[in-house]
Design a protein around this ligand. Structure first.
Ligand code: ZN
Length: 224
């Protein structure tokens, strides 16, 4: 049920002063060091080096366009740096009637990248919050997960970032985020442990303090 989009409601812009919740500045790719942003030519040359490092010939016909394709794919895979959580969550709904139960959104599929190996992390995020006179459109929760996923990440931090962003914008009575994911760096290399799932949780407010509320959310994940 998308309670944020049903019925006559007044949309308001959240005015809470936010801490740094992973917002991306306009030019995020230049943010983290003092070097100028790499050019597309630089990136394609770097990909060609990686192809050679893998043991292949970047000039053979099947691979000649690959560096350009990889450069474009990076813009998609790492597009999260250009997405601002404040913008995504910006519009909230204050008139929620007497609604006072948890809002849960389960099975938000995401695709991320482990920052240690730049290998894929594939998984699902589950979000619950106990509203405090303010809710948000559920599609925005999915977009928030996507914004944090499409970066170099560790799952633990991503889980916290999602919970923190919801907490700061919605000021709910409590937030719970559970992320379960498979890490290709573990299944494709090293010990080649396939089929393992890393589960991380972030709980705040009522979800930290109230075992029954927390248990209801966690039980709903087991039932799905
Ligand atoms: Zn890794």
């Amino acid at each position: 049920m998308d309670i944020a989009t049903e019925g006559p409601q007044r949309a308001t812009r959240a005015t809470t002063p936010h801490q740094d919740i992973g917002r991306a500045p306009a030019n995020a790719r230049r943010r983290h060091d003092n070097n100028p942003a790499p050019t597309r030519t630089d990136v394609e040359a770097a990909v060609a080096v990686l192809i050679r490092w893998a043991g292949d010939d970047p000039t053979r016909p099947g691979l000649t366009d690959t560096p350009a394709r990889v450069a474009r794919a990076f813009e998609d895979w790492f597009g999260g740096y250009d997405l601002d959580p404040d913008d995504i969550l910006g519009t909230t709904f204050d008139e929620i009637g007497g609604y006072a139960d948890p809002v849960m959104l389960r099975d938000i599929a995401f695709f991320s990248w482990c920052e240690h190996h730049m290998a894929p992390i594939r998984g699902k995020a589950h979000i619950a919050y106990l509203p405090n006179q303010r809710v948000i459109g559920i599609s925005k929760l999915a977009r928030l997960v996507d914004a944090f996923a499409r970066r170099l990440q560790i799952q633990e931090r991503m889980t916290d970032q999602i919970a923190a962003a919801i907490g700061q914008v919605l000021q709910p009575a409590g937030v719970a985020v559970v992320v379960e994911a498979q890490h290709d760096c573990m299944s494709s290399r090293g010990i080649r442990a396939c089929g393992t799932t890393l589960v991380t949780k972030a709980m705040s407010g009522a979800y930290r303090e109230n075992a029954a509320l927390r248990g209801e959310f966690l039980a709903s994940l087991r039932m799905r």
